[in-house]
Design a protein around this ligand. Sequence first.
Ligand code: HEM
Length: 491
Amino acid sequence: YGALQSRLKARKYRMPPRVPGIPVFGNTFQVPLVQQGPWGKELAEKYGEMFTCSFGGNTWVFLNSSRVVNDLLERRAAIYCSRPPFPMTQSIMSGDSRIVLMPYNDRWRAVRKIMHNILAGRSQDTFKPYQNLESRHLLYDYLHHPDKWYIANGRFSNSVIMSVVFGTRTDLDSEQTRELFETIELFLENQQPGVNIVDGFNILDKLPKHLQWWRPRGEKIFQKTRKVYKRELDAVHARIKAGTQKPCFAVDFLKQQEGETKFSETQQLFLLGTLMEAGSDTSRVSLGQIIAGAATYPDWPAKARAQLDAICGVNAERLPAWDDRDALPYVTAVVKEGFRWRPNIAEIGAPTSLIRDDEYEGYRFPAGTIFTWNAWAIALSEKEYEQPERFLPERFMDEHLNNALKGHWAFGPGRRVCVGWKVGEMNVWIAIARLLYCFEFEEDKDHPIDTMTIPQITKNAAPFAVKVKVRSEKHAALIERDCLEAVNTRY
Ligand code: HEM
């Protein structure tokens, strides 16, 4: 009967070329557990614009060109916007409360709306003074602790979002921040297809709980994550009591939550916690990518510096600032190229499930099919970009320069597009404008950077070696003069 059913299904539906796998498990054991980008790119080169894989019971269609991503995930976003079930990473590890894995439903809409209100539109201006302050702290850290450049990037990114959400700042050697980054990486590691068998074979979720051998590990991660989030909320309560709490998003949010339509405690924690997590790791990674690009393709930083020098002075007269954005188009292009170059936040995109049956160019997809934009394959395809392996900001010097979403897929497509994209872009812009103005980045010849395998999971250690040098004594003096106060500001 099962065979008949699948034959009927095969007749009704028609899928893009299938990557051969093994019975039952399909392609589960072919996909690397980390850094799937090169794997996805190789398959795209072999199969063309779309191919189909199966990971356990789930069917995934990989979209390998901007054309098909646009056609399906953008133009038909209304039905290509849900998420499949993730019994391990969403239900157990996240108490069903992580927005990024929520199905397209009322809870997702409610959480997304709250996040949108603090991250988009006029609220973006709220971030500017913090980004200004924290990027000064960043320069000071680079000058005095060049070996800690990677931790400094993490502190910068984290401190911006902490200031807005919790009204507090982060130190360079903060144990809390280190632990927060650990929880992010635990989530990312576990989220990759093939890592958790129950996320591929959802039927296993029906086993009695005591037989689910993955459950204790998942519950341990849930407890750790909850603890990391709750600690910040407890600190807010303590500051409120002591009368020292600055106005911030969490305070407003807690007040709102006293009303009738409130979320569960876990949902409250994961809403605030996700802002911290998603707001920190992504900017840290993006800054690292640009620094790797500067060290391995040193021609473009020279051009960026020429533009910065023309605006801020050849003798380190002043730091670039928000008002200089229009005069620094090349820096904006650098940031976009940083997002495109090696998209290693989501190397094979993120899984989106189809809400109802759909047809496209002769294919017929059943509801529940999982789609993803094959990020690495698209970003590194010669059909999409000239010399895709090069870090070449010029490719974005066009009429779409100031649309941070256009020309690459680093923030994802459609209705699930990153809700914090503008804040993320601004974080990276101010930090990179100032870093490029003040510092040079050189490859360490003894430890060359393999830009195709920069690790995604770093365990708080720099993912590659780079020599950080201040450009001149005058730049060092500018940092001393202008940035020490930012380090000493406390709240
Ligand atoms: C700096 C660069 C950033 C990059 C490259 C980035 C990338 C992404 C990507 C690829 C997704 C998945 C999109 C999809 O599934 O289609 C995403 C989702 C998300 N991002 Fe970002 N992000 C960045 C910054 C931020 C910031 C600063 C925040 C918040 C403070 C944030 C919050 C979120 C949230 C909450 C989601 C889930 C959205 C949903 O499922 O509706 N991101 N991001």
